[in-house]
Write a protein that binds this ligand. Structure first.
Ligand code: UN1
Length: 520
């Protein structure tokens, strides 16, 4: 069973090079491979994957196309049963799957458990949707004429995901896509290959027919080449992508050429406005969780706290104090955050640290940059030389002239700035041009509604942090955060189905719409 497979160590079995699964079969290992390492101990390999090429991605789309014909005809309530079975397997393997997440991407175990729970929640939501996928009956302008709407699956859905939520975010696409009767080609992040394997095996054990879910391990350039060819050949009907704004816009371009609208879930520079009447300790707690949780590597991570000038000094003092007291280190223990996901993320964050300028005041545990034995941190738990651990950094005095203020940092760094009027706070919050998640801490309802109306954000939190979206509300962003598409809950059904309308005239006459309408 899947339980014993994960229990035995699953993808950690040594000496096995994982390869892509197309049409239910592993493809032979190719000449290039990728080693996914443990970010807490980068010398340790977690999984080795054979890298597929563009042709393999096209083949996977072809296999998906072939399998989708039969899957579409499986009644939606029965597809819902498959989703229920996946949910049960995820629940039964929760701890084992969370351990894989913690080990491979360095997410603290408690958060990893939450991430796995998010898959189960997604399954719980959609298994019932299999019995609902409603169409409508609609009144006609004319007598003896019936109007209907139907939801049909789009066909083949290609899903490309990042490694910061290596199992929850894929489930947001894959579970509803399958439920709606589509076949899926999933390109997970190669540095989260063990997570992808564990996820795939659970889905396969739930009894999905071969070819309905295909997994392709490929690097960025081969994925682009393959996706372009598959789109040219008409093998892809919808692309779902979670990742950087830059890559998302390239995917959008590619899809646009084929008149397709992808589902894009991109970066964020998520603001938190703290008003003069706010519960300050609550706001600080929220800033700590959303600024530093997952080492700042969530798309919903706090970017900048925009704090009323009358409480700004106190906010910074309390946040600095809380940050100094927070445990950082081995994600298997109880820590606020663990390592960066991988070298690529560590390098990216090093670059961001270079943006800190002379006009800024930097607070942090002891220094900025990497935690090493030479640059220690009080209370650090782990081997500082072995992993990609960074100090939490608070940078006060940032503004729209700074790269730090305008761009996502994807690391444990929180910017702070002060404001005078609510208009000024909202202008600052909107300035970077993202639009994913935004929070306001206030006790004044008038400020809540002024903020909600004027902020460009797909998600607004009131007296709660920017992170921690629930799995049945629309998730997604505006501007640099995406193309307005929304995931999760019933809203995502419009991504993975297309509406068909049908009119049926039972009058036996040609009744012409607009022309033969009865006068009263
Ligand atoms: C992401 O970082 O891509 O709301 C998703 C949250 C999580 C999901 C984040 N539930 O922070």
């Amino acid at each position: 069973s899947a339980r014993s497979w994960l229990g035995r160590g699953g993808p950690f079995r040594l000496g096995i090079v994982l390869s892509s699964v197309i049409g239910g079969a592993r493809i032979p290992a190719g000449p290039r491979s990728f080693r996914s390492t443990d970010p807490s101990r980068t010398a340790e390999t977690v999984a080795e994957v054979s890298l597929a090429d563009a042709g393999d991605l096209v083949a996977a789309c072809r296999a998906a196309r072939a399998a989708q014909d039969a899957w579409r005809d499986v009644p939606a309530p029965v597809r819902g049963q498959a989703v229920a079975a996946i949910g049960r397997l995820v629940e039964a393997n929760k701890a084992a799957l969370a351990r894989v997440v913690t080990r491979e991407v360095g997410k603290p175990y408690a958060e990893a458990l939450g991430e796995v729970q998010e898959i189960a929640d997604t399954c719980a939501f959609f298994l019932g949707e299999g019995r609902r996928l409603y169409g409508q009956t609609v009144p006609s302008e004319m007598p003896d004429k019936q109007l209907f709407t139907f939801r049909d699956p789009v066909g083949v859905v290609t899903v490309i995901t990042a490694g910061n939520f290596p199992v929850a975010v894929p489930s947001w696409y894959i579970v509803p896509a399958l439920l709606c009767g589509n076949a899926v080609v999933w390109k997970p992040a190669e540095y989260a290959a063990a997570c992808a394997e564990a996820f795939y095996e659970l889905f396969a054990h739930a009894g999905l027919p071969d070819g309905v879910l295909n997994v392709v391990y490929a690097d960025g350039p081969e994925t682009f080449r393959g996706l372009e060819r598959a789109l040219d050949e008409g093998l892809v009907d919808k692309v779902g992508f979670t990742g950087s704004t830059e890559v998302g816009s390239r995917i959008g371009e590619l899809c646009g050429r084929h008149l397709q609208t992808p589902c894009l879930e991109l970066g964020g520079k998520n603001p938190m406005v703290v008003t003069e009447d706010a519960d300050l300790p609550l706001a600080v707690e929220g800033a700590l969780f959303s600024g530093f949780g997952t080492a700042g590597q969530r798309c919903t991570s706090l970017g900048t706290a925009i704090v009323h000038e009358s409480v700004h000094g106190e906010f910074v003092r309390l946040l600095d104090e809380a940050t100094r007291a927070a445990a950082v280190g081995d994600p298997a223990g109880e820590v606020l955050f663990g390592p960066m996901i991988g070298e690529r993320f560590a390098d990216g964050f090093e670059k961001v640290l270079g943006w800190i300028g002379p006009g800024h005041t930097v607070y942090g545990s002891s220094a900025t940059g990497r935690i090493t034995a030479g640059a220690p941190r009080a209370g650090f738990a782990g081997d500082p030389e072995a992993g990609l651990f960074y100090h939490p950094v608070i940078v006060d005095g940032v503004g729209p002239g700074d790269e730090l203020f305008m761009n996502e940092t994807f690391g444990p760094l929180v910017g702070v700035t002060a404001y005078r009027t609510m208009d000024e706070a909202i202008a600052l919050a909107n300035a970077p041009g993202y639009g994913l998640s935004a929070a306001i801490y206030t006790t004044d309802p008038a400020k809540v509604f002024a903020f909600r109306r004027q902020i460009s954000a797909g998600m607004v939190s009131v007296n709660n942090s920017t992170s921690g979206a629930e799995a049945h509300l629309p998730f997604g962003g505006n501007g640099r955060s995406g193309n307005g598409s929304r995931q999760s809950g019933m809203w995502v059904l419009d991504q993975f189905t297309r509406w068909q309308s049908m009119n049926w005239d039972t009058s036996g006459r040609l009744q012409k719409a607009q022309m033969d309408v009865l006068e009263i």
